[in-house]
Design a protein around this ligand. Structure first.
Ligand code: AHM
Ligand code: MG
Length: 334
C-alpha cells in the first residue's frame, strides 16, 4: 500500500481538475461525486448479490422486450434518486426507462443532462461475471428552465463527459471530460475511489484480440464474415468475449484490440444502444487514442432520432477499427 500522501482520492482529483479551470463552477465536480456515490451503493448490492435473495427476475419486461432483473431496477432507482434533487440536472434518460426522466417540479433543475445504463450486462449477474454502469453527460441545449427530449437526443461528439463503473474483481470508475481518460479503483476498506490509472492510453501495438459474439456468424454480412475470418487466420488473432460490454470494452482499453457488435440479418441496427452504451464508451476509447465506428463512419457523429436507438458498434485500436470499416465497405451484403 502506498504511503497516504501518495493516495489521490477521486474527490481530491476532481478538486485539482476544477482548480485548473478557473471558470469552473464546481457543479461538474458535484455531479461526478454523486455518480461515484451511486456507484458505491450499486456496487455494494452487486457484491452481495450471491448472498441475499436479490437475484432472479422481477418479471416485468423493459422497453426492449427483455426481462428486467431486480438489480437493474434497483440500480435505475439508485441513480435517479441520487440525482433528481441536486439542482445539477435538467433531465435524465435511462436504458431501463421508456421515456425521458424529468426532474420533479419540487426540485430545482440544472444545466446538465445525464444518460445512463444502470446495469449493463445484467444477464451476467446470475453467474457472477463482471457487469457495469455506463453514463453520458451533455449540456442542456433547449430553451426553457427544464430539460426536454431535445436535450437527450444529442450526438456523442457533444458529450461533455462520459464514463463507466465496472463491478469486476475490483470496482473501477473510469471517466473522461474530453481531456484524457482517468481510472479509479475502489478501496473497499475506506470506501473511496483511488486514482489507479491516470491518463489511460490504448496500447500501441495492441494485443491481437477481437471480441464479438461469433454465434451470430451466419447472420452477418459477407464483409463482417471476411473481417473475422481474416483476423483469426492470416492475422493470427485470438478471441475474448465476456458478453458484458463494459467489461469487454474495459479490456480493450487496457490491452488494445477490437470490440464489435455488428448488425446482422435479424437485427439490422445491432443490439447496443447509441445513447447509453455506444456513445459514452466510444468517447472513452477515442479519448484514450482509439476509435469508435458504427461500421461506416464515426459513432460519435450519429445524431439520435429516438432515445432507445440501436447501432452497430466497432470500438478499439484505431487501425483495427479502420480495418473493420474497410472490410464492411467492400461487401456489405448480408
Ligand atoms: P443489456 O444492457 O440488456 O445488459 O444488454 C447489453 C449487453 C452488452 O453488455 C453486451 O455487449 C451484449 O448485451 C451481449 O449481447 P449478446 O448476448 O447478444 O452477445
Ligand atoms: Mg446495457
Amino acid at each position: 500500500m502506498l504511503p497516504e500522501s501518495h493516495v489521490v482520492t477521486i474527490s481530491r482529483f476532481l478538486v485539482d481538475q476544477e482548480r485548473s479551470h478557473p471558470d469552473a463552477t464546481g457543479n461538474f465536480t458535484d455531479l461526478l461525486t454523486d455518480i461515484a456515490l451511486a456507484a458505491k451503493i450499486i456496487g455494494r448490492e452487486v457484491n452481495k448479490a450471491g448472498l441475499v435473495d436479490i437475484l432472479g427476475r422481477v418479471g416485468a419486461e423493459n422497453v426492449h422486450g427483455e426481462e428486467q432483473q431486480k438489480l437493474d431496477v434497483f440500480a435505475n432507482e439508485v441513480i435517479y434518486k441520487a440525482m433528481d434533487h441536486t439542482g445539477l440536472l435538467a433531465c435524465m434518460a435511462s436504458e431501463e426507462s421508456e421515456g425521458f426522466m424529468a426532474i420533479p417540479d419540487k426540485f430545482p433543475a440544472g444545466d446538465y443532462v445525464l444518460l445512463f445504463d444502470p446495469l449493463d450486462g445484467s444477464s451476467n449477474i446470475d453467474v457472477n461475471v463482471s457487469i457495469g454502469t455506463i453514463f453520458s453527460i451533455h449540456d442542456k441545449i433547449s430553451e426553457g428552465e427544464r430539460g426536454t427530449l431535445e436535450d437527450c437526443l444529442q450526438a456523442g461528439s457533444q458529450q461533455v463527459a462520459a464514463g463507466y463503473i465496472l463491478y469486476g474483481s475490483s470496482t473501477m470508475l473510469v471517466y473522461t471530460t474530453g481531456a484524457g481518460v482517468h481510472g479509479f479503483t475502489l478501496d473497499p476498506s475506506i470506501g473511496e475511489f483511488i486514482l489507479s490509472h491516470p491518463d489511460m492510453r490504448i496500447p500501441d501495438p495492441p494485443v491481437k484480440v477481437y471480441s464479438v459474439n461469433e454465434a451470430y456468424y451466419d447472420r452477418w454480412s459477407r464483409g463482417q464474415k471476411n473481417l473475422v475470418n481474416h483476423l483469426k487466420t492470416e492475422a493470427g488473432f485470438g478471441s475474448r468475449y465476456i458478453g458484458s460490454m463494459v467489461a469487454d470494452v474495459h479490456r480493450t482499453l487496457l490491452t488494445g484490440g477490437l470490440f464489435m457488435y455488428p448488425s446482422d440479418a435479424l437485427n439490422p441496427r445491432g443490439k447496443l444502444r447509441l445513447l447509453y452504451e455506444a456513445a459514452p464508451l466510444g468517447m472513452i476509447l477515442e479519448q484514450a487514442g482509439g476509435r469508435a465506428s458504427h461500421g461506416s463512419g464515426p459513432l460519435l457523429d450519429v445524431v439520435p432520432e429516438e432515445l432507445h436507438q440501436r447501432t452497430p458498434v466497432y470500438i478499439g485500436s484505431a487501425e483495427l477499427v479502420d480495418m473493420a470499416e474497410g472490410y464492411l465497405r467492400s461487401d456489405s451484403e448480408i
